[in-house]
Design a protein around this ligand. Sequence first.
Ligand code: NAD
Length: 420
Amino acid sequence: MDPFDTPAFNLARKQVELIAELLDISPSMREPLLWPKRCIAVSLPVEMDDGSMKVFEGYRVHHHLAMGATKGGVRFTPDFTMGEAAGLAIWMSWKCALAGLPYGGAQGGVCVDPRHLSVGELERLSRRYMHEMIPFVGPKADIMGPDMGTDERVMAWLMDTYSAYLGHAEPGIVTGKPVSVGGITGRREAAGLGVVYLIERAADMMRLPLRGARAIVQGFGTVGSVAAQDLAHRCGMKIVGLSDSTGAYYNKNGIDVWHAYGHALERGDLRDFDGAERIDADDLLIAPCEVLVPAATSCVIHEQNARKLQCRILAEAANGPTTTEADKILFERWNEVFVIPDILCNAGGVVVSYFEWVQGLQSFFWNRTEVVDRLYRTLEQAFVAVTRRAKRQHIPHRLSALAIAVERVIQARKTFGLFP
Ligand code: NAD
């Protein structure tokens, strides 16, 4: 069995192949881009609260080393695999290169449903994961950050385990940690705020007023809940649809996002949410709206639903939400649907992670205005570069974003030669 054969890795590879054709990249340059540089699989024995011992599978993948250290999330999800890690690491490479950050892509995680663990079990699992990863990570080698199923708490346990091994605090080993242990203000909201900034830019370009317009957000976690709140409260949009892994909710008059957030905070998810009608999860994505934000998992926009999307802006907050087949359809519909591709749309998370990493290395703290201002400026540069190139070459925004990123990585590889 091919350990990489997963939807995420296959999609990431297909995209590299498309770009390699577009940029006419030689086979010798193309091949290293298609494969991870390093992969590690670990078994993680953890003592459970009832005294039994359970072994979890953990992974970490580094895509390339040509731009400096690797950087990537840690995902705790029930179906996490090495292949998914590899796909996400490749996307992270492009995201960092597009935003001009000095990193190659990485990704790791554990195959686990964290909702089924007690706090103590989650802490022991997180610490065990870092313990096994110590030979492969480091503040100048590979830096971890939050992703699906992990949060500030998990980042704090990862940092503490690494720091205990070194004998001193090492804030640079993780980003997305609490401010009280060296985190940066604004990191938790960064990806969601970035998504909304780019939606505003796309709407400006299309002369589409956002105030009073409708938005649907799939996924109500760190990224989706912040994006939904910012769209509703700052942009004045009506959030007509929300979903999480427990169900989808629709209210044509608008959902009270604070109420939904309070419900999710109190109960852990949106189950039994009473502020909207429960609908089929597939129908939510094709319901009428001006802005659709997939903020959950990969491959949710596919050949079967791409033609049916009714949004004007598709803001890809999740990694890899759109298949290459759906991309072709969306490009046919380019004057109806403005796609903000994932490696641009959700880059706010890693951009502020980079600020946090710099802050950790320098022990010099930034305030929220500095963080948000620099975040927006970084995204603005990337947005302008992507939309200009797409227009000039008449290519989809995704290809434009990938082309810019891949060219930068290739340039670095050519400078160094064979090894990174
Ligand atoms: P999270 O774990 O905080 O939240 C994920 C949400 O998606 C949860 O509400 C979950 O219930 C929901 N979900 C899962 N499967 C679903 C499905 N099939 N349908 C509907 N909802 C579903 O994760 P997150 O950190 O918000 O990440 C969400 C996405 O954004 C992921 O693709 C992640 O890789 C990407 N991302 C996250 C960050 C970050 O900083 N956290 C940065 C960039 C990109």
